[in-house]
Structures are given as structure tokens and as C-alpha cells.
Design a binder for this molecule. Structure first.
Ligand SMILES: Cc1ncc(COP(=O)(O)O)c(C=O)c1O
Length: 386
């Protein structure tokens, strides 16, 4: 068996989910909303199942969806994409990431990763034969330090993988940070592989800026999006990848032999959804922002030190003021003794892990958030056990 996958043990995500089920805990560990998603988009999918095309769609995706993706990014991010040569539909962002790494990386190539990293990145980089080079971010500001970029990049760097907005830390990397990364991509002739699945989940009036919009990066950026995040339909697994034609051509080869296509009925519904008026997207954002504020205020009232969340479905708590210096032990106690599941942020580091930050998903109903807060009152009062 291939050691990259065979050697992966039980992840903390699985452990926390299992404990949450066993203890009947309020599960704020996993990142999905508990509302059913927009009814009109779901109705379009149902209609397409009944009356639409249910055989293999074109390999690159339905043209109507590729056109909708290009129009959507023109409207919200001022990007100019050719839907026929620069947009491809994938089975979720995860497939787009896997395909891109398989298509770009030759054994021994270096891939720059910015820790904390989404759990899929490292196994996929390794399986593609890449050598990971880490840039490490630390709380409370999670700033990308130029010295770390300078040390991580080299002339062997093939890809820099960036997640923006950044799960799990809820940071929206702005133009200055993007320009800094771009400087090193340009210097070392590297491609920026940009996982922008949280692009619509930005708060307090922040706008998402795509790496593609940064000077010099238009033709060396691969931009990945996900309808699952845009429409709160995480199970749909409809993703999109945008890149200049010579890059997209190679990505299409990887896609051809990974999944080949994505369910056409879901593609049709996503095409409809992406063309919805601005109002839908701003209302959706405001709704999640309200949940963030409700949960953050409740945590602060109970004595937790809440870190800023500028985007995503997540907010983080710094456990060090509580005397808790081991996030895994803290989360285990939280689920076992208090009945609330969260994720220790150290799970997102491969090296130099930060061990005093815990991630909560606030994309839940008021009732769920309030139930979690009631249980968390006690956790903040319990003396440190670590
Ligand atoms: C940073 C990041 N990338 C990718 C994904 C997966 O996206 P998809 O469900 O479209 O594969 C997630 C899901 O949480 C994510 O947080």
C-alpha cells in the first residue's frame, strides 16, 4: 500500500466527531451549516434531475455553468475569464486541489504551504511527490512574515498553496499579504494554487481579493471555488477551477482521469444560483456575520478570549488565558465533560504547532449556538487541567 495514505492514523477530526456522537454533544467541530440551503437552488436541482440531462455532461462542465462562473467572478471580483478556455467544473474543491497537485508537481518539486493548513493539502502534496516547505502563522494576528516566505521559497518551488479566506483561522489575507506572496512566486517562477472556497464568507464589509487580480499573477494563478460554501450546500461537491489556458489544459487532463465529470443536474442548479442577484450573497453574509457576533459575544461573556474572525464559518478561542496549554486535551475535556465538540488548531500544523487555539464552527442556528454556550459556561469556570 502507498505509505502516504497507509501511514495516516485516525485524525483528531474523526476522534472529535466520534466523541461528539457518543456523548450526544453539540457539534461545533465540523464546518457545515445546519440550515437546508436556498430552496430555489435546490428546486432547480430537483427539476434538472426530473426533466434535465442525466447522462455524462461535457468533461469541462456544462457551458452554462462555466459561463455563470465567469460572469460571477466578473461581477464580484472584477476578473476577466474566458468561460471556454479558462474555467472547468470539478467534483468539489477537493478534486480541483488533488487534480492541480497531480498535474503540476513532479517528484522532488517543492510546494510552499502556509500553516495552519487544511487537512487535505499535505497528503495530496506528498502523494504527488512534492516536498512540503512550511510558512508558519501564529496568533493573535496570524501575519505572513516575509522572512518565512524568503526561507520557504527556492528555485525548486513549483507551487505555493494558499487558502484565502483562511480556514481554520478566519483570516482574510488582504492585498499586501497577497502581493508579498506574489513577489516570491514571481521571483522563483512558481504557480499560486489558491483555494478560495470561502471567498463569499467575508465579514464587516471586507472584500475578497483573488490572487489572480494581483499584478503579474493573472497567468500563474489557479483559482479554486466551491458551490458548497457559496450556497451552504456542502454535500453537493461542485467546484470550479479557473486558470490561464495553458495551465487549464493540463488540469483538464488530471480531471479527465480522476472524476471526468460532476453531476449535471447539480451543475445546472449552481449555474442558476451563481446568477442570483447581489442581494442573496449579501444577505447570506450578513446572516453568518450575525451568528458569528452572537457566538463571539456569548463566549466573551463567559470569560473566553475570542480571536478575530474576518471570514469563513469559524472563530477561534485562545485558551492560554484560561491556563490551558494543550488544545487537544482541552477539546477532549470539552466534549467529554461539557458536551461541546470543537477542533484543536494544532491539528492543522505539521511543524511548530500552535497549541493554545481552539476552533468553533458558528454556522449554526441560534438554538444550537445558545445550547453550546450554556454548556460552555462551566468549561470557562473549571480550573486548568493541563
Ligand atoms: C479550505 C478548504 N478547502 C476545500 C474544502 C472542501 O471543499 P469541497 O467540499 O468543495 O471539496 C474545504 C471545506 O471545508 C475547505 O475549508
Amino acid at each position: 500500500m502507498n505509505s502516504v495514505f497507509a501511514d495516516i492514523g485516525t485524525s483528531v477530526f474523526e476522534t472529535m466527531s466520534r466523541l461528539a456522537r457518543e456523548r450526544d454533544a453539540v457539534n461545533l467541530g465540523q464546518g457545515f451549516p445546519d440550515d437546508p440551503g436556498p430552496e430555489d437552488v435546490r428546486a432547480k436541482a430537483a427539476e434538472a434531475v426530473l426533466r434535465g440531462w442525466n447522462q455524462y455532461p461535457p468533461m469541462l462542465g456544462l457551458l452554462e455553468l462555466r459561463q455563470a462562473v465567469a460572469a460571477h467572478y466578473r461581477r464580484f471580483q472584477k476578473l476577466d475569464l474566458d468561460p471556454e478556455a479558462e474555467v472547468m467544473v470539478t467534483s468539489g474543491a477537493t478534486e480541483a486541489l488533488a487534480g492541480a497537485l497531480l498535474a503540476l508537481v513532479e517528484p522532488g518539486d517543492e510546494v510552499v504551504l502556509i500553516q495552519p493548513i487544511y487537512d487535505a493539502y499535505l497528503p495530496l502534496v506528498r502523494r504527488a511527490g512534492g516536498a512540503p516547505k512550511f510558512v508558519t502563522l501564529r496568533p493573535p494576528h496570524w501575519t505572513i512574515e516575509e522572512a518565512e516566505l524568503a526561507a520557504a521559497f527556492s528555485d525548486r518551488t513549483r507551487v505555493a498553496l494558499l487558502n484565502n479566506p483562511h480556514n481554520p483561522i478566519g483570516v482574510v489575507h488582504g492585498t499586501d499579504a497577497l502581493k508579498l506572496i506574489a513577489k516570491y512566486c514571481l521571483k522563483h517562477d512558481a504557480i499560486a494554487l489558491c483555494d478560495e472556497v470561502w471567498e463569499h464568507l467575508t465579514f464587516d464589509g471586507r472584500e475578497h481579493v483573488s490572487m489572480m487580480a494581483i499584478e503579474g499573477m493573472r497567468d500563474r494563478t489557479i483559482k479554486i471555488g466551491s458551490a458548497g460554501k457559496i450556497f451552504s450546500l456542502t454535500g453537493w461537491k461542485v467546484g470550479f477551477v479557473c486558470a490561464a489556458p495553458p495551465i487549464l489544459k493540463v488540469l483538464a487532463r488530471a480531471h479527465q482521469f480522476l472524476t471526468f465529470t460532476t453531476p449535471p443536474n447539480l451543475q445546472a442548479a449552481v449555474a442558476y444560483g451563481l446568477m442570483k442577484g447581489d442581494d442573496y450573497f449579501f444577505t447570506m453574509r450578513a446572516r453568518f456575520q450575525r451568528s458569528r457576533d452572537r457566538f463571539a459575544a456569548g463566549l466573551a461573556e463567559r470569560g473566553f478570549s475570542v480571536l478575530e474572525s474576518a471570514g469563513t464559518y469559524f472563530l477561534n478561542v485562545d485558551t492560554s488565558p484560561l491556563g490551558q496549554l494543550d488544545d487537544v486535551a482541552f477539546c477532549r475535556r470539552l466534549v467529554e465533560a461539557n458536551g461541546v465538540a470543537a477542533i484543536p488548531v494544532s491539528a492543522f500544523y505539521e511543524t511548530e504547532a500552535v497549541r493554545t487555539v481552539v476552533r468553533f464552527c458558528f454556522a449554526k442556528s441560534d438554538a444550537t449556538l445558545d445550547a453550546a454556550l450554556a454548556r460552555l459556561s462551566e468549561a470557562a469556570r473549571t480550573p486548568a487541567i493541563c
